[in-house]
Design a protein around this ligand. Structure first.
Ligand code: COA
Length: 533
């Protein structure tokens, strides 16, 4: 698993002491979620002859094939930490030599039920399948919606129902979908196998029903067992809801691998790729460039040198608007355009970036955005010069880009800078955070200063003097602490604002896999909007 740590990368980061601490904390938390639910729940699961969600994925994938796990730390710090990985493991890996998107419910986590983050992960995996025309495999073992959360997960557009409407749309786009029913598949969840092209069920283990036995009893008085109502034999021999009956998990996954090998291959994008040169530096060196303190510059020149083939970078407009680095390089042989922040954004910075984004689009070169951005320059001079107009050009260019963008947040991603640098709202194909990264409308310190001004206790000339009013310092400290907490990478990844936190040392490997994935579907022609000149 590359987007996530592996035992051999859990070694000795050569970083500064503070980043070392952040990295170790990340690994500690990641290792914990790898176990899934409680020891008791895992033991019960195994006693039923089932593999765990991660073991199922491992069995499904080609031997030694990479697996980019997405949002492994979803839901962390929420729900009293009762939902490790939000109860679902999602990612992209190779089956029979081709990339597929995998969604595997973890039944050891509250019966594999769905809270908001579970749904977001499931839908995000489907989006990735759509964007890159990848087959999707659902390893189903879930009790459906986590009922106490129903008001937060059921009614809205991107709630539980979206999973099924996506399935229908994906099918219409000719994206193959396969379900392997390895446990419960209840209520709305029953539509997962029912809406797939091909479905497999494990005998005496998988069940599919719109309403389980207790509901049937309550509704009609009929008494029926799980197996009689919707077990493997029923659906393979009587209802026809599934197509294959498997003896156990391993057998079901073998059938799934056979199905994947029969799927048609779609026409990929023609990309400029040459034989790759090795990186010029050891990947662990990137730890030295992960800046923990907010608002400090990040040495993107050094980072780029460590990410690209042979350390070779060909800058574009090197002498102009130096607060943005733009240029071309190769990663694993793939030609890429790189945009990296190098300070605050001025008008010329935005114009240079917009120019470069257009260039990459017309040349069909995928782009890598390295984000460490505090925002756009403020002040009368700059407003008069039209910084809003220049920023708009850049944002336009990014939003209408048709070549894939992969965003890595190496430092801070604040305010409108987040938009220009292909934040989540701008549909980068992937967005990963380094463990030290931060994201928010503004930095903690700035927010505290602004809000302290707004909330400051009113004096004689103010409306009302409140004896209990907090001191300016108290207000400042409270606001800063909240902003710092809410803008951390952990907070972001818990809410699926990104595709996961990655060890900086894995960035090059992940970019290489991501570039292969995004090249699997043809990219549309670029058409720019109207820029205000
Ligand atoms: N909502 C909330 N909690 C649920 C749940 C649901 N839909 N389904 C299961 N849980 C919880 C259980 O309360 C239990 O919690 P605990 O660990 O705090 O005790 C945990 O998940 C495991 O459930 P349990 O029934 O002990 O495990 P199991 O492996 O024997 O069975 C299910 C799992 C999913 C088959 C079974 O719990 C079930 O049928 N749930 C109801 C499914 C349903 O009707 N869903 C409709 C919603 S769309």
């Amino acid at each position: 698993m590359l987007a996530s740590p592996t035992e051999d990368t859990m070694g000795e980061p050569s970083s500064s002491e503070s980043f070392d601490k952040v990295l170790r904390e990340f690994y500690r938390r990641y290792k914990r979620v790898l176990n899934g639910g409680s020891e008791k729940a895992v033991a019960l699961h195994r006693s039923r002859g089932k593999l765990t969600a991660r073991e199922r994925i491992e069995r499904l994938l080609d031997k030694d094939a990479p697996f980019v796990e997405l949002s492994a730390l979803a839901a962390i710090g929420q729900y009293d930490d009762q939902f490790p990985s939000a109860g679902v493991v999602t990612g992209i890996g190779k089956v029979q030599g081709r990339f597929v998107v995998i969604v595997a419910n973890d039944a050891t986590v509250k019966g594999g039920t769905y809270v908001r983050e579970t749904i977001r992960k499931h839908i995000r995996a489907q989006e990735i399948a759509i964007d890159n025309h990848l087959p999707a495999v659902y390893l189903v073992d879930s009790g459906g919606i986590f009922l106490p959360e129903q008001a937060r997960v059921f009614p809205d557009r991107d709630d539980f129902g979206r999973i099924f409407s996506n399935q229908a749309r994906m099918s219409a786009m000719n994206i193959p979908q396969v379900a392997v029913v390895m446990g419960s598949c209840t209520a709305g969840g029953a539509y997962i196998p029912a809406m797939c092209d091909e479905s497999i069920i494990v005998k005496n283990q998988g069940t599919i029903f719109i309403g389980g036995p207790p509901l049937v009893k309550a509704a009609t008085g009929e008494e029926v067992s799980d197996e009689e109502l919707g077990g493997g034999e029923v659906h393979a021999r009587i209802s026809g809801v599934v197509d294959h009956l498997a003896d156990d998990d391993v057998h079901a996954l073998e059938i799934c691998r056979d199905i994947i090998s029969s799927l048609p291959i779609t026409e990929p994008q023609v990309v400029n790729r040459v034989h790759a040169k090795d990186a010029a530096f050891s990947s662990e060196e990137l730890h030295n460039y992960a800046v923990v303190k907010p608002n400090l510059p990040v040495d993107h020149k050094a980072i780029i040198e460590r990410l690209v083939d042979g350390g070779e970078f060909h800058p574009f407009k090197q002498e102009y608007a130096k607060t943005i680095i733009t240029g071309f390089a190769r990663i694993d042989g793939y030609q890429v355009g790189i945009i990296a922040n190098n300070g605050v954004v001025f008008g010329e910075t935005a114009r240079k970036a917009a120019h470069f984004v257009q260039l990459c689009n017309y040349r069909k070169i995928p782009m890598i955005f390295l984000q460490n951005i505090t925002g756009f320059i403020v002040g009368k001079k700059y407003e008069h010069e039209g910084i809003a107009r220049d920023g708009a050009k850049w944002i336009h260019a990014v939003a209408t880009s048709t070549v894939p963008i992969i965003s890595i947040v190496t430092g801070g991603s604040y305010g409108a800078g987040n938009y220009a640098m292909a934040g989540r709202a701008f549909d980068p194909r992937f967005l990963f955070m380094w463990p030290n990264a931060r994201i928010g409308v503004m930095g903690g310190e700035q927010a505290a200063k602004v809000l302290t001004q707004l909330k400051k206790p009113k004096g004689k000339n103010g409306a009302e003097h409140n004896e209990k009013a907090k001191s300016e310092e108290e207000i400042y400290n409270e606001i800063k602490a909240r902003y710092d907490y809410e803008s951390s990478a952990m907070y972001s990844t818990s809410r699926i604002w990104d595709d996961g936190i990655i060890d900086p040392a894995n960035t090059r490997k992940i970019l290489s896999i991501a570039l292969e994935i995004v090249s699997l579907k043809k990219w549309p022609e670029f058409r720019s909007g109207v820029y205000r000149m």
